[in-house]
Design a protein around this ligand. Structure first.
Ligand SMILES: NC(=O)c1ccc[n+]([C@@H]2O[C@H](COP(=O)([O-])OP(=O)(O)OC[C@H]3O[C@@H](n4cnc5c(N)ncnc54)[C@H](OP(=O)(O)O)[C@@H]3O)[C@@H](O)[C@H]2O)c1
Length: 347
């Protein structure tokens, strides 16, 4: 296969960084370029990219004309933009179309769920809402992701949507000893939802890139959604594993135990969010309630449901790739080798 020219938006971020790292391991297959906003041009992280041989394009992504010039001849355009920038991708879709990009990978990289919910509707595959860390504002983007997919389909742009479940790095409970607090964004984190038995897809942030590298080389994944994951575990299984490996007893907080309780909360939060569209906290509560319902009551974020929605399964496509298991991740965490997922995570 000829070398692919790959342009990444968000290469200095967590998801984008994971992708960049993996693609840099395979320079026989990929020529790498990064789209950087003018305000970040002088950041050390951008200088690091250039030092690693990544061609840097400093462009304001709201300026269509210049973007078309940069995207001309690009084989794969990957967006790993953060939540606040999701809407900017609407214009990127149109630019990708005009420039003739051969595959656009929009910023999905989240859990699997049916289209719609309180965030709009439609689509052959979608994602839901991601949450849990409102400190980082990285989850306020579900509705806009779905809007971007619709824009892709409307403009007949070649695409691949890649969902990865939830990061391992956000999925472990904290321990009474405080031993893993150093790597926990939310502490204490001991809530169990709806009984904790729903299985859910999880991926180590550091493995996202390895999946992406395989997916974008594969003609079978063109114009498809792909679900990638390292493990499939319920909250109960995760808590039991942490207890066994850490030899500590976690005092669980059983939150919103029944499906009815979660649904009542969802309806209430959704109504409040609709009534206050400019209130970020109301929006956040709506997203979280929707997400809890999807992940813990409906049990959407599973390989079987992904397949039902039309996703390809990356574990079946690339059986030779062995992503880190959650157990391996927890062992590292307990050895003090975990890290708060920052933009330099795993580098
Ligand atoms: N599955 C999960 O558990 C999970 C967890 C977290 C996030 N996510 C998803 O992953 C996606 C990416 O999140 P993240 O946390 O990886 O992002 P992040 O670490 O915050 O990085 C965002 C990247 O986007 C770049 N960027 C933002 N606005 C830009 C603009 N206008 N022009 C050019 N570059 C811009 C930033 O560049 P600068 O260097 O210029 O700031 C940075 O490189 C999110 O949409 C979220 O839904 C999923």
């Amino acid at each position: 296969m000829a070398k692919q020219r790959v342009l990444i938006l968000g290469a200095t971020g967590r998801t984008g960084g994971s992708i960049l790292n993996a693609l840099l391991q395979d320079t026989d297959s990929f020529d790498l370029e990064a789209l950087v906003r003018p305000a970040s041009a002088e950041k050390p992280a951008v200088k690091d990219l250039a030092a690693q041989g990544v061609k840097i394009h400093v462009v304001d992504i709201s300026g269509a004309k210049e973007l078309v010039r940069v995207l001309m001849g690009v084989d794969v355009f990957i967006s790993a933009i953060d939540a606040m920038g999701q809407a900017a991708q609407l214009q990127l879709v149109r630019v990708a179309k005009e420039a003739g990009v051969k595959r656009f990978v929009p910023c999905a990289f989240i859990t699997v769920a049916p289209p719609g919910g309180s965030h709009g509707s439609a689509g052959q595959c979608a994602f839901p809402i991601y949450l849990e860390l409102f400190q980082t504002l990285i989850m306020l983007d579900g509705a806009q992701k779905e809007e971007v997919y619709r824009e892709i389909w409307k403009h007949f742009v070649p695409y691949t949507i890649i969902d990865v479940g939830f990061w391992y790095q956000l999925s472990f409970p904290t321990l009474p000893s405080g031993h893993v607090d150093y790597a926990a964004l939310v502490k204490p984190k001991v809530e169990i939802h709806a009984g904790g038995s729903a299985p859910t897809m999880l991926t180590d942030l550091r493995d996202i890139g390895a999946f992406v590298a395989r997916i974008i080389k594969d003609p079978l994944t063109l114009n498809k959604c792909v679900a990638a994951y390292g493990d499939v575990l319920s909250e109960n299984e995760i808590f039991a594993m942490m207890e066994e490996m850490a030899d500590e007893k976690i005092e669980r907080k059983y939150a919103r135990i029944t499906a009815d309780e979660i649904d009542a909360k969802r309806l209430q939060a959704t109504a409040s969010a609709r009534a206050a569209p400019n209130d970020p906290m109301a929006q956040l509560r709506g997203f979280i309630a929707d997400y809890e319902n999807s992940k813990y009551v409906r049990g959407d974020n599973t390989p079987a449901y992904a397949k039902y929605l039309g996703y390809l399964d990356a574990r079946e496509l690339y059986p030779e790739f062995r992503p880190r298991t959650f157990r391996v991740f927890v062992a590292e965490l307990l050895e003090g080798k975990g890290e708060m997922p920052s933009n330099s995570y795993g580098r």
